[in-house]
Design a binder for this molecule. Structure first.
Ligand SMILES: [Zn+2]
Length: 148
């Protein structure tokens, strides 16, 4: 998150909550307290605070709101993936860890490495991509029962 990026979020929220005491030093102070967070969560938190907060938030309140949004999105993604009848990622079976076979000292061993699907899951969390379409079930054992 860049400072100008954050300054825009801050200024918009200050306008929305009619907070008129903000100055450059304060924006910098807030930036330093929040810059380690994903800008997407900081922005989503500002959007929520604009609708729900009574006062301009302290840095701790803004952080807490960003953390809550992050947890909610992780949970929503988890619930969504749980509905899939089979794993979306054939490489790692949705564990996030891809097996890698290596030869070490003449012996074949299996290690794991972070799977490529992690980046896609991350993009979904940040709101850059929609949650994945779930694969259709391979078998539909209930179908005959329903029709009969
Ligand atoms: Zn994977």
């Amino acid at each position: 998150m860049t400072r100008p990026e954050f300054a825009r979020m801050f200024s918009l929220l200050a306008v929305q909550l009619r907070y008129t005491d903000a100055d450059e030093a304060m924006i910098l102070g807030y930036y330093e307290a929040l810059e380690d967070l994903e800008p997407e969560f900081v922005k989503a938190a500002a959007d929520r605070l604009a609708l729900q907060a009574e006062w301009f938030p302290k840095t701790s309140e803004w952080r807490a709101a960003a953390g809550a949004i992050r947890r909610e999105r992780i949970e929503a993604q988890r619930q969504h993936l749980r509905r899939a009848s089979r794993p979306l990622c054939r490489v790692c079976d949705d564990t996030g860890w891809a097996p890698v076979d290596m030869v070490e000292h003449g012996r074949s061993i299996r290690r794991v490495t972070p799977c490529g699907c992690r980046e896609q899951r991350r993009r979904e969390l940040l709101g850059h991509a929609p949650l994945p379409a779930l694969p259709p079930a391979i078998e539909r054992p209930d179908r005959e029962a329903v029709q009969g």
